[in-house]
Design a protein around this ligand. Sequence first.
Ligand SMILES: *[C@@H]1O[C@H](CO)[C@@H](O)[C@H](O)[C@H]1NC(C)=O
Ligand SMILES: *[C@@H]1O[C@H](CO)[C@@H](O)[C@H](O)[C@H]1NC(C)=O
Length: 268
Amino acid sequence: MYARLLCVCLAAVSVVADVIEDCKLSGDKTSSTEQALLSRLAPLKHKRFETTYNDGKDSYTYTFVVCGHVFNSSTSTNEGLVQNDTKASKTTVIGRIDETHIINGTDWILLIYKNGEKYDSHCGSEPRKAMIMISCNKNTLADGFTIISEEKDKNKECFYLFEMDSSVACPIEESHLSVGSILLIVFAVLVGLYIIGGFLYQRFVVGAKGMDQFPNITFWRELGNLVADGCDFVCRSQPRSSETAYRGVGDDHLGEEPEERDDHLLPM
Ligand SMILES: *[C@@H]1O[C@H](CO)[C@@H](O)[C@H](O)[C@H]1NC(C)=O
Ligand SMILES: *[C@@H]1O[C@H](CO)[C@@H](O)[C@H](O)[C@H]1NC(C)=O
């Protein structure tokens, strides 16, 4: 039973460590730093975020998927961030996940999707580009996705800038626990599991009551006795049987002592 529980825990850990495959880092030779950073986004994989921009004149909805497709597979062209012009009901791909860049600092990660649909006349008709600034926030896995600005008044290198809060952007905390304390915690957890699991087993499967619900009670009782005997043997300065032995030595005490003791027992 315990072995299976352990297996489930290990399986859960290995799933989290899974690397995001869908985001394709651009370049023939991908950097291992970028790859490592990308794997930090794994908890957000395929999560979808939406934000609306409305300035009275225009109204747009932006949909962002972390290393996943915004549209269903039949119509998908690797779009990772899409603008929907609510009034004209026209969709424009801002960035695609097959050309991903990612950079980081102490408490932020900048995710860039390039290769969006080309501008008509702005920015030298280059492909659109989305930059999503993910800032560290320990209290949320992902929240507050909003558009900051659209830069399109240059003749190249234009971009759409978004921001978001997430705990994945927080600095990886060095574990303050030493190997010893981790072992201690693991031991305590195992003991806890043993007692709880054993208790439930004794109570509901065996049907034990009272102290007998404690797992392997007979064994622990015996162990307790053994330990007590051990202590007795090691710590006692005089042998236990001495009381009786001494009585034999002094003949005069032999008769008196029991009487003296009996006096105390007399009812008052
Ligand atoms: C994709 O397909 C599913 C059902 O197959 C549907 O519920 C969902 O709305 C579709 N999404 C889009 C963006 O079209
Ligand atoms: C950026 O991310 C990498 C990979 O997770 C990490 O090793 C590095 O320390 C981060 N850089 C900074 C400045 O925190």
